[in-house]
Write a protein that binds this ligand. Structure first.
Ligand code: FAD
Length: 280
């Protein structure tokens, strides 16, 4: 088994076809022997039941530990307590704890303002039952006003009791390693796992990147844009670039990789196979 941590993220499917497809995808990715799977959670709790159902199905079908994401914005303490109890009773041992974003039109931010408060609440209510992951932003969270304050807020999540972190995706290794160094200088040695977004579709990637503040370097954006509708060339370049990114991350000491699978097998499996995970 690899000494590095490899994991894959999925979103809860909305249709019967999506559920069947995800079953196949998670079984295929389980063959790579990841440390865990994770399943996202809709803003404001909109996919709460879908996340739970997906986590339970996935854990049962794949045999891989599966972590629900849990966002707190818009929720009361009672709601979060009930969800934690359900997860605990369902055998869940790992949670990705987030603030999340209020869906447009929703006014009530609820009883939690930031993710550090959720982490502290999970610890207060459930002790050490859950391994808690939090989000990290090597290129700064899009709503943050400056990098140092954002970094302090990240440190606050670890100090509140998080065990490790998964980053927003990036295509610039320097941003990641500088972030890790800055954390180390502040006494943070919790693993910070790079989030990896395979490139398969430029339009979708550009939309995500605009929303999340994850930068696509100019040279890469121009080359991907230049391919227009030629998906094959986009995928070929994307695969080369992301495989090289992952190789350098691992070579330079990243503790593992967390793949945003987008509920597909091939984009992340191809990269994992090129890295030869079992040898790392
Ligand atoms: P926080 O860590 O609370 O930070 C949010 C902002 O508030 C930052 O700008 C920070 O600097 C600031 N801040 C933090 N603490 C304080 C404080 N104490 N005082 C003042 N300001 C503060 N979204 C979903 O809806 N569902 C998902 O499943 C999901 N999964 C994700 C998984 C990963 C690995 C990542 C990186 C992101 C994910 N997101 C998800 C997106 C995430 O919900 C958004 O980025 C959201 O805007 C911030 O959530 P957070 O937990 O990082 O917030």
């Amino acid at each position: 088994m690899s000494k590095k941590s490899f994991s894959f993220e999925f979103f809860p499917p909305k249709t019967d076809k999506g559920i069947e497809k995800l079953k196949t995808v998670s079984q295929e990715l389980a063959e790579l022997n990841p440390e865990f799977f994770s399943v996202t959670y809709g803003a404001g709790g909109s996919t709460q039941n879908c996340t739970l159902d997906t986590v339970i199905d996935m854990q049962k079908n794949s045999g891989i530990e599966t972590a629900p994401h849990l966002s707190c914005i818009g929720s009361s303490e009672t709601q979060i307590r009930d969800i934690l109890t359900t997860y605990k009773n369902s055998g869940v041992k790992r949670i990705v704890a987030l603030r999340g974003d209020l869906p447009s039109g929703m006014q009530d931010i609820g009883e939690f303002h930031y993710a550090n408060e959720l982490v502290a609440f999970i610890r207060q209510e459930t002790g050490d039952h859950f391994h808690i992951e939090v989000a990290a932003y090597p290129e700064m969270h899009p709503q943050a006003t400056n990098f140092d304050t954002d970094l302090q807020h990240f440190v606050g999540k670890i100090k509140a009791g998080a065990n490790s972190a998964i980053t927003q995706y990036f295509y610039n290794n320097d941003a990641y390693f500088r972030f890790v160094d800055n954390c180390a200088a502040l006494g943070i040695d919790a693993p910070i796992i790079p989030g990896i977004m395979p490139i398969t579709n430029f339009t979708q990637l550009a939309r995500f990147s605009d929303a999340t503040g994850a930068e696509i370097p100019r040279w890469l954006r121009k080359r991907l844009e230049g391919y227009g509708d030629d998906l094959e060339s986009i995928q070929k370049l994307g695969q080369d670039v992301v495989t090289e990114l992952c190789t350098k991350l691992i070579e330079q000491g990243a503790p593992g990789l967390h793949f945003y699978s987008m509920n597909r097998t091939d984009p992340s499996r191809t990269i994992c196979q090129a890295l030869d995970l079992s040898s790392l």
